[in-house]
Design a protein around this ligand. Structure first.
Ligand code: SAM
Length: 245
């Protein structure tokens, strides 16, 4: 039986490719890539000539079964995404689950990741954090999504696309209040930048500056004082409501 490798690749800077990632991509039989054209550039740069197949959101159902059969036949496969770690807001999770169900070995080859890179330079608490990925695109779902994260006391890590970051900062400011935040842009690239301040300041920033590049948002969790105050308020409200009955 073959092995399934999840190989981390750079999030912008090719020097973040690890020796082990290069060797693994050279040695496996097949590389399953989210976007073969994107990965071709990486393979060319590192002089890797392994066969590629595509594995993305839209073909993952049929491809999962195919790739599992190949693994069971003894073929070794590396899965890579366009950037960073596979299976983190990228394809990979389904294949991992299917491999585990067939008792196929699954091996991580760690590498760059935008979420953790942004968190560690944010200046906010790194002790406890919650990665929440991309906010939902549908307006209807956005409200319940912000409500679901509003009471978390852990630092929040959010991915967002450049054309939505402005609206997302506004939404978060309105729903979470003026919390401390850090916005990391173009990590590991030439125009790497971090804005540290409050959510209100981020709204002001994007009112004056057009977003360009890739962004990770880091936001402080709700403070214990706020949670306690809200609990007290609702307890008090409940009591006064009962008194009126
Ligand atoms: N698998 C990737 C990882 O491990 O970080 C994440 C892929 S997800 C589809 C793409 C999102 O990650 C972008 O929209 C952005 O939020 C974030 N991202 C990726 N590269 C980045 C970079 N160089 N700087 C800032 N954010 C980045």
């Amino acid at each position: 039986v073959g092995t399934l490798y999840l190989v981390g690749t750079p999030i912008g800077n090719l020097e973040d490719m690890t020796y082990r990632a290069i060797r693994t991509l050279q040695e496996v039989d097949i590389i399953a890539a989210e976007d073969t054209r994107q990965t071709r550039k990486l393979l060319t740069h590192f002089d890797i000539h392994t066969k590629m197949t595509s594995y993305h959101e839209h073909n993952k159902h049929e491809r999962t079964a195919e790739l599992i059969n190949r693994l069971l036949d003894g073929v070794s496969i590396a899965i890579v995404s366009d950037a960073g770690l596979p299976a983190i807001s990228d394809p990979g999770e389904d294949l991992v689950k299917a491999a585990i169900a067939e008792q196929i070995a699954v091996v991580p080859i760690p590498g760059a990741n935008a979420a953790l890179s942004a968190l560690i330079i944010s200046g906010l608490s790194t002790e406890r954090f919650t990665f929440v990925g991309f906010p939902p695109r549908e307006r209807k779902l956005q409200q319940s999504w912000v409500e679901s994260i509003a009471q978390l006391q852990t630092t929040l890590i959010i991915y967002e696309a450049p054309h939505r970051i402005k609206k997302t900062c506004q939404l978060l400011y309105e729903a979470l209040g003026d919390r401390q935040a850090a916005i990391a842009r173009e990590l590991t690239k030439r125009h790497e930048e971090v804005l540290r301040g409050t959510l209100e300041e981020s709204v002001q920033w994007f009112a004056e500056n057009d977003p360009i590049g890739e962004y990770v948002l880091i936001i402080e969790g709700v403070s214990e004082d706020t949670v306690q105050k809200e609990e007290k308020d609702s307890w008090w409200q409940l009591l006064s409501l009962e008194e009126h009955v």
